[in-house]
Structures are given as C-alpha cells and as structure tokens.
Design a protein around this ligand. Structure first.
Ligand SMILES: Nc1ncnc2c1ncn2[C@@H]1O[C@H](COP(=O)(O)OP(=O)(O)OP(=O)(O)O)[C@@H](O)[C@H]1O
Ligand SMILES: [Mg+2]
Length: 271
C-alpha cells in the first residue's frame, strides 16, 4: 500500500519537473517518514541535481560564448560528418578521436595538427572540441580561437576604439579574451603562423605586439590543454615567434603531434 502511494506521488512530482530531471529510486518514501519529510527530501535532492545540471550547462556554454572564429560551422562539426576520403584520413581521424577520449578522461596535454592547407586540420580540431564539450564529465570549458582574429584583436588594442578595424573589435576587449583564454580547460588555437606569414617560403618574425600577445597566451596556458593547428613546422614558427613561446604551447610527445601528410586537400578534391 505504502509503495503504491509513493508511486502515485512520484508520478505527480515528475509531471512538474523539467523533462531532464529524473527521480531516482532512492527517493522512494522511507519507512516512518511523514509526507512533509518525504516531500522536503525530494525537493532538496531535486535542487541539488538541478543546480548541477545548470552548472554543467554553463560550463558547456563557454564554447559558444567565448569562441572567436571566421568560418561558420566550426561549432557544429562532429566526427560522424568526417568523410573518409582515404586511408590516411581514416587513420588521422581515428587518432584525433582517441586523443579526444583522453581529454574526456581528464588528461592534460598539448596537441599539434600540422599539414598542408585544406587537409582537414581545423575540421578535426573542431570535431574533437565539440566532442569534449558535449561529453566530458565533469564538463570542461572549451574555447576555439582563430589566430588571425587573435592578431586583429591584439593589434587593435593599440588603437582608439573609434579607429578599430571592425565592429566586432570595437566591442571586444583583449583583456576579457585573455581572461577567457586563461579560464579555458581546452583551447584550440587555429591556424597559428598564417596571421604572421602568408608565404611558406618567406618567413618573417611577428611584430612586437603579436609576440607579446602570444607570449601572454602561452604563459596563461601552463597546466591546461592547448591544441594548435598550423601549416608550419615548429622550427618555422620559432622564426616567427620567440622559441620560448612556441616551446610552451607545443609538445615533444610524438603521439600528440598529428601530421596530415599524405592527405589530399579536401578543397582540391571538391573543386
Ligand atoms: N574529411 C573531410 N570530410 C568532410 N569535410 C572535410 C574533410 N576534410 C576537410 N573538409 C572540409 O574542407 C574544408 C577545408 O578543411 P579545413 O578547413 O579543416 O582544412 P585545414 O587543414 O584547416 O586548412 P588550412 O590549413 O587552410 O587552414 C572545410 O570546409 C572542411 O569542413
Ligand atoms: Mg584551418
């Protein structure tokens, strides 16, 4: 009899709860518990659970709120959407997926995705980031940052707000972006090197403002995970930036450096 009453009341309670909050069996009425005590216990547990859900949503929303990118779709890419155009793409995607699992298991390490234009580095970095963002438990703060936009932000900070390059930069303060970079558990810094040098054969050092901005970024990422995508080798990047900067955001672990060699540009395949 007691159980039937409990079931009916649980059913009533469930009707008023947000859809995704389940009442577990532990919330069944205990022997000798009054209606009031039972109700209070359920309310208390629901509040704890709901608070956790809200916190997780907030952490997961970090990616959408604080990412800076040029290409639409960056926050939508999934591993399922990657076309296995060759064996090399299949192996590379598998490798990136394995490292996504390691991040989800709480490991902290840097990664580098290195290779020719159009081979899918940014896409796979986004797939990994979205996977970690949606599935890491406890949730992780994820952020996507285009190196080109980062450069524009850094350069614009020297100008008056009214003289800044574009509307976006008028509204964004580098200091806030730096705070988010520091807070992110996992950061993708996309296309490092292209913001400084458009020609692979004529590499020039980055200007002082950008050196300083990237130094601050690298320094604030100690103890956190950073993923770099780039067309350049670490030696080339060290010609653009102080080697101290590159050493901080690169990795010596070969398993974490993924070379997109032997992959044909997806852009070429589809043109
Ligand atoms: N295996 C794939 N399956 C589906 N789409 C792909 C694949 N590889 C690349 N693409 C698409 O091709 C385009 C180029 O890929 P992407 O931007 O990831 O290349 P990239 O290596 O980052 O190039 P770059 O060095 O110029 O930045 C993107 O629109 C991406 O979504
Ligand atoms: Mg790219």
């Amino acid at each position: 009899m007691e159980n039937i009453k409990a079931a009916v009341n649980l059913h009533e309670l469930k009707k008023h709860m947000p859809d995704d909050i389940e009442v577990s069996n532990e919330l069944m009425r205990k022997d000798g518990e009054s209606d009031r005590e039972w109700h209070d216990r359920i309310q208390h547990e629901r509040e704890i659970k709901y608070t956790k859900i809200l916190e997780r949503k907030k952490v997961r929303g970090f990616l959408r709120r604080f990412s800076y990118y040029n290409e639409t779709g960056v926050l939508k890419h999934t591993f399922k959407a990657v076309e296995m155009t060759s064996e090399a793409v299949r192996n590379t995607a598998k490798h990136v997926k394995k490292l996504a699992d390691e991040y989800k298991n709480g490991q902290i390490f840097n990664m580098v995705l290195q290779g020719e234009p159009g081979t899918g580095k940014s896409m796979l970095a986004s797939c990994l980031l979205n996977d970690v963002n949606n599935n890491a438990d406890p949730a992780m703060r994820c952020m996507y940052l285009s190196a080109t936009l980062f450069r524009r932000l850094a350069m614009d900070q020297n100008r008056d707000v009214d003289n800044r390059d574009d509307k976006l930069n008028k509204a964004i303060d580098l200091k806030n972006v730096m705070d988010h970079i520091k807070d992110a558990d996992l950061l993708v810094l996309d296309d490092l090197g292209s913001e400084t040098s458009m020609q692979i054969t004529n590499i020039k050092p980055a200007n002082e403002t950008m050196q300083k901005a990237l130094f601050d970024l690298a320094d604030s990422r100690q103890g956190k995970s950073t993923i770099i995508t780039t067309n350049y080798s670490s030696d080339d990047l060290k010609l653009m930036y102080n080697p101290k900067i590159i050493d901080r955001i690169f990795t010596a672990n070969k398993d974490h450096v993924i070379k997109f060699d032997g992959i044909t540009s997806y852009r070429m395949l589809h043109n």
